[in-house]
Design a protein around this ligand. Structure first.
Ligand code: FAD
Length: 532
């Protein structure tokens, strides 16, 4: 027998053993319908208890292959339903230790719009199968805070905190998003100017890195991981617990909208409102109202029928008007003073005479306002549709130009959907530069703007047309020198584009990736690093 014969016999034996193991495992585990020969995952390297939580049934795969955007699809090899944090650590360790590492991504609530929580030929970790819950605590050094699992939705954080008369200070407009999902981006809304984004209001996190290591991190312990993960687009680890700042919650809010026909006056007033140091608003946003805004718009139910027709006729006259949205929190004790405070705050603002509209609602109803619109749209079949969104940070110095060239020159002129289209300012100093999150450049300006073009499309074809419009907007900004940064980025295709996005932070971002996820296993759906 020659040496070649021995090697051939050895390979044949290995092949037979491998297949036998596959047949046995496929018979007795939930992923029995997987075709191991075509899968890129070396399933035989997984321990049985991990393999038993990996599913390949049609429903699991279908859900994990889609997101809120409905325009992007990627099919994973399997969906992992962890019952504990250590399950996730063991899954990642299996990949990291393997000669053939497989890609892994956490799926919070799948509310990305560009496939960021998807993975082709890898494993999606369905975070909702954990049930760590929310626990509210107090300490001398931190005051009130809550410990929440990365999979928990913000609505559940709110509900539990409110049982104690407490609430987080920084929010997103919509609360059915996971804590891990928003902390991987930033988590912004009308409170960000005052308290910073959600990532500025975290004391501590537990993270499982791309090596499968469980690490607790904070500003003082493993601080590099802490700052890396905040706004880190899921690149350095899976967040399994976050310790979130809580304050005493108000019970009610005064919710006001003022209408402007002049964009310059609108932004000046927004900037004035977010600059008030004492007793100012608790929330400031703004949006476009265009001629013939249809019912397919989350914001539509703020106005009464009468007020809506009044605002719409102004929008018809000018093509587009701007709605400044302000909220002031109050409680039973401050009820007598809140109206005076508002009168004082609104002195000198230049909204159109007679175009101020007020509502008084509970704090929870205000925070959960998009849910009410969601349920209405769902009942009309208008929620589960393609969402070709474009979210941007725009330098303050360019916002007038952006209004002319994009809002008026493209959005209003082409009139492809009714939005909502958001535009509101934030204070740069509320964002810690050590975090991975990227905001618009321009150190000279204390303020920058966020713009959300939150389109809904009737079908995929229309969605693609709007998606093309988004790309044109990015190209135009590039051409005319408006240096926007994508928030929830999805349109970068090359390494050069990512390097430009991260600017001076790119080398640190790369170093952190090499340290915490050297095999590039995590969150490939962001399309930043090439999987090795
Ligand atoms: P997913 O889409 O599941 O995941 C997003 C990314 O985070 C993926 O890369 C994923 O791998 C990663 N990830 C998920 N969980 C974890 C984890 N535990 N650890 C590490 N990485 C993780 N954003 C705002 O800032 N402000 C808003 O007002 C706002 N409003 C929205 C309204 C609606 C209706 C929708 C659909 C989205 C809105 N968003 C808003 C965007 C939203 O914050 C992001 O899309 C967010 O990522 C969605 O959270 P998710 O739990 O669905 O994350």
């Amino acid at each position: 027998m020659t040496k070649a014969h021995v090697i051939r016999a050895y390979i044949l034996a290995l092949y037979i053993i491998n297949n036998l193991v596959s047949i046995i495992l496929t018979k007795f585990t939930p992923w029995k319908d997987i075709k191991t020969s075509t899968s890129l995952i070396p399933f035989e390297t997984l321990s049985l208890d991990i393999a038993s939580k990996l599913y390949t049934d049609t429903n699991s795969i279908k859900t994990a292959s889609s997101d809120f955007g409905k325009l992007f699809q990627e099919t994973p090899s399997g969906v992992f339903y962890p019952s504990s944090v250590s399950d996730i650590a063991r899954l990642i360790k299996s990949s990291y230790a393997s000669n053939y590492p497989f890609k892994i991504t956490a799926r919070g609530h799948g509310h990305s719009v560009g496939g960021q929580a998807m993975v082709k030929d890898g494993v999606v970790v369905e975070m909702s199968s954990l049930s760590s819950g929310v626990s509210v605590c107090w300490s001398e050094s931190l005051g009130y805070y809550c410990d929440v699992g990365g999979e928990v939705l913000w609505i559940d954080v709110l509900r539990t905190a409110m049982e104690h008369g407490l609430a987080p200070v920084s929010w997103t407009d919509y609360l059915y998003l996971s804590v891990g999902g928003t902390l991987s981006n930033a988590g912004i809304s009308g409170q960000s100017f005052l308290h910073g984004p959600q990532i500025s209001n975290v004391h501590e996190m537990d993270v499982i890195t791309g090596k499968g290591d469980f690490m607790t991190c904070s500003k003082t312990v493993n601080s590099e991981l802490f700052y890396g993960v905040l706004g880190g687009l899921g690149q350095f680890g899976i967040i399994t617990r976050a310790r979130i700042v809580l304050h005493k919650a108000p019970t009610r809010v005064k919710w006001i909208r003022m209408i402007y026909k002049d964009f310059d006056a609108f932004t000046k007033d927004q900037e004035h409102l977010i600059s008030i140091d004492n007793n100012g608003p608790n929330y400031v946003e703004g949006s476009l109202i265009m001629k013939k805004s249809s019912a397919n718009n989350w914001r539509s139910s703020f106005f009464s029928v009468l007020d809506e027709s009044k605002v719409n006729s102004l929008a018809s006259k000018y093509g587009v008007v701007y709605s400044l949205e302000v909220v002031k929190y109050y409680n039973d004790i401050s009820i007598t003073t809140v109206n005076e405070e508002l009168d004082e705050m609104f002195k000198g603002l230049s909204f159109e005479t007679g175009f101020i509209f007020k509502k008084d609602v509970s704090f929870v109803d205000f925070l959960n306002r998009v849910r009410i619109e969601e349920l209405k749209l769902q009942s009309k079949g208008l929620w589960d549709v393609p969402h070709p969104w474009l979210n941007l940070f725009v330098p303050k110095s360019c916002i007038q130009d952006f209004n002319q060239r994009v809002f008026i020159g493209i959005i209003q002129k082409e009139n492809k959907s009714s939005g909502p289209f958001l535009v509101y300012p934030m204070n740069r100093k509320k964002w810690d530069a050590r975090m991975s999150a990227i905001i618009s450049e321009g150190d000279d300006d204390d303020v920058f703007y966020t713009v959300g073009l939150l389109h809904s499309a009737r079908n995929v074809e229309d969605g693609k047309i709007i998606d093309d419009q988004n790309k044109r907007i990015l190209e135009l900004c590039d051409e005319i020198g408006i240096e926007v940064k994508q928030y929830l980025p999805q349109y970068y295709k090359t390494k050069e584009e990512w390097m430009k996005h991260f600017g001076a932070k790119w080398s640190l971002f790369e170093e952190r990736k090499a340290k915490y996820d050297p095999k590039m296993i995590l969150s490939p759906g962001q399309r930043i690093f090439k999987f090795i």
